[in-house]
Design a protein around this ligand. Structure first.
Ligand SMILES: Nc1ncnc2c1ncn2[C@@H]1O[C@H](COP(=O)(O)OP(=O)(O)OP(=O)(O)O)[C@@H](O)[C@H]1O
Ligand SMILES: [Mg+2]
Length: 347
């Protein structure tokens, strides 16, 4: 029997089942997302991690109803507060997007319109979803900017995106995402373009929004460190599939999928003294006409003959953890090896 994660047992806020996103190409249909199961409970921060091209953004776009042709949802169900989103009319879906659920996009500069002041862009979002008077909207914009940690909100509201730093632009995007009180925010690589100090500030802001404003967060990142720091549960994606799902602690202590373990080996914190960081040889495959095999097999140090002959089973461990690997139960894979404080590696 497949055990259901605790958060999923009590009606999750977001429930994605067997999601498939298909992109027709001249070479055949690309299955950019293939059979993804994912839940986000109320008040939870859930992470999605994986290398570039693993299907993270397309999964988010599918949930938000933002896929654009030729990409289509070819299978699966997406429920938000129990409601089947694909059954909604486009108009209803549009109303929901930006109010009940919203997204912080991967590219802050392209997500903002360069020719309008940022205050105007926040105003447009609020106008689209509420009947507030212009005066109340003005007040709400300043309140929002203050809420996302922007000093001098009047001045910043009048600024154009190019006049603001990367960190400020990301705060503006977050302000736009929370402007209409969403219960779910999907943040796609919200800190990738930022330096470490600003990155930490933005992550702290997201954490505060979840804690104080009752928002649930689906956080997408290729950086395990960020996901580990913020998320309760994590989905590890590879070539369009979730290859492992577990709590952050479980992933670090006892990863069950060789890909998770390999990703952990690439984290700076995994470095033992001056030893170089691991890298995973090869690239994420593009899956056209999927064969019955493990998609990671050709990069996997633990692969056996069966891994290229059959699709691996999903094996479960305890209440939350599962991994899509033949050898998940038998292998003891390296997790995150943090240098000990006593061996002189750390200051
Ligand atoms: N419009 C499109 N046409 C063709 N292929 C696409 C299209 N959009 C995405 N893809 C492909 O789908 C796969 C998944 O893309 P996606 O953007 O979801 O990856 P990602 O995990 O978000 O990567 P990154 O970390 O680089 O943002 C990739 O192989 C990508 O090249
Ligand atoms: Mg992406």
């Amino acid at each position: 029997m497949r055990l259901i994660p605790i958060s999923a047992a009590t009606d999750p806020l977001l429930e994605v089942r067997d999601l498939q996103v298909r992109i027709p190409t001249r070479r055949g249909d690309l299955l950019a997302v293939d059979g993804v199961d994912l839940t986000v409970g109320a008040g939870e921060i859930v992470g999605v991690v994986g290398e570039s091209g693993s299907g993270k953004t397309l999964t988010a776009y599918a949930i938000m109803g933002l896929l654009s042709a030729p990409a289509v949802i070819s299978r699966g169900v997406i429920r938000f507060r129990g409601q089947d989103l694909q059954a909604l009319a486009a108009e209803e879906r549009g109303r929901m997007r930006g109010s009940a659920m919203s997204m912080v996009f991967q590219e802050p500069l392209t997500a903002l319109n360069p020719v309008f002041p940022v205050g105007t862009q926040i105003r447009d979002v609020i106008r689209r979803h509420t009947n507030l008077s212009d005066r109340s909207i003005r007040g709400r914009i300043l309140e929002l900017l203050d809420h996302v940690g922007i000093a001098g909100p009047e001045r910043v509201a009048a600024a154009y995106p190019f006049e603001l730093s990367g960190g400020m632009r990301q705060r503006i995007l977050i302000a736009m995402a929370i402007a209409c009180g969403p219960s779910l925010v999907i943040a796609d690589e919200p800190t990738t373009a930022l330096d470490t100090t600003i990155q930490a500030q933005i992550l702290e802001l997201l954490r505060r929004l979840v804690r104080d404003d009752g928002i649930s967060l689906l956080l997408i990142s290729h950086d395990f460190g960020i996901v580990a720091d913020l998320c309760q549960r994590v989905y590890v994606m590879y070539a369009g599939q979730v290859v492992e799902h577990a709590t952050a602690g479980q992933l670090f202590d006892r990863p069950r999928h060789p890909y998770t373990s390999a990703l952990l080996g690439c984290m700076p914190a995994a470095r033992d003294g001056d030893a170089p960081l691991d890298t995973i040889e090869g690239t994420v495959p593009t899956v056209i006409d999927p064969k019955a095999l493990c998609r990671f097999a050709d990069r996997c140090g633990y692969a056996q003959a069966r891994c290229t002959e059959q699709s691996p089973p999903r094996q479960t461990f305890g209440v939350v953890q599962d991994a899509l690997c033949f050898r998940a139960a038998e292998l003891t894979l390296p997790g995150l090896v943090t240098p000990s404080l006593t061996d002189g590696v750390l200051p």
